[in-house]
Design a protein around this ligand. Structure first.
Ligand code: HEM
Length: 133
């Protein structure tokens, strides 16, 4: 990949993250959780850009562990579904199509794997839940 191609994808990632959080902060379900947990927005956006840079371009800019930060948040399966929906729309609107497909597949997979950790029980209707019964 040339330097110019690489920078094209990096700048698309920046647009993707900005668009995702523009929509996410305005979303009635996700917005309050973002606002409650994120105080340093510039730092957070850099971390998320670095996460996608590593995922899509194989850079070494991210070295964290995303799952544990989500455990204390009051998340439900509906939050995960909405997150993946908004991310899918942002990725399709901003990333070159092959990268959008790769990012969306990664987000869906992480959504499933977070959910299996966060919602190990079934509620009375048989839906995944954080609590038994
Ligand atoms: C597939 C779904 C998700 C993915 C791929 C994802 C990805 C990430 C990543 C990579 C980080 C950075 C972790 C770090 O600091 O190293 C993060 C942090 C965060 N995520 Fe998610 N996330 C997902 C779902 C959600 C949902 C549903 C919410 C709720 C609105 C959420 C809210 C947050 C917040 C508030 C932080 C910052 C936490 C902190 O710095 O203390 N995420 N996420």
């Amino acid at each position: 990949m040339t330097e110019a191609e690489y920078e094209t994808v990096e700048s698309a990632i920046r647009r993707c993250v900005a668009e995702f959080y523009r929509a996410g902060r305005a979303d009635p379900l996700l917005g309050p959780i973002f606002e409650a947990h994120i105080t340093e927005w510039d730092d957070h956006l850099r971390i998320i850009e670095n996460f996608w840079s590593k995922s899509l371009l194989g850079t070494d800019r991210y070295s964290g562990f995303p799952y544990p930060v989500h455990v204390p948040m009051p998340l439900t399966p509906a939050h995960m579904t909405r997150w993946v929906e908004l991310f899918t729309a942002a990725a399709q609107a901003t990333l070159p199509s092959a990268y959008a497909a790769q990012a969306i597949a990664k987000a869906r997979h992480m959504g499933q794997s977070f959910s299996s950790g966060l919602f190990p029980f079934r509620d009375k209707d048989g839906n995944p839940s954080r609590h038994p019964g």
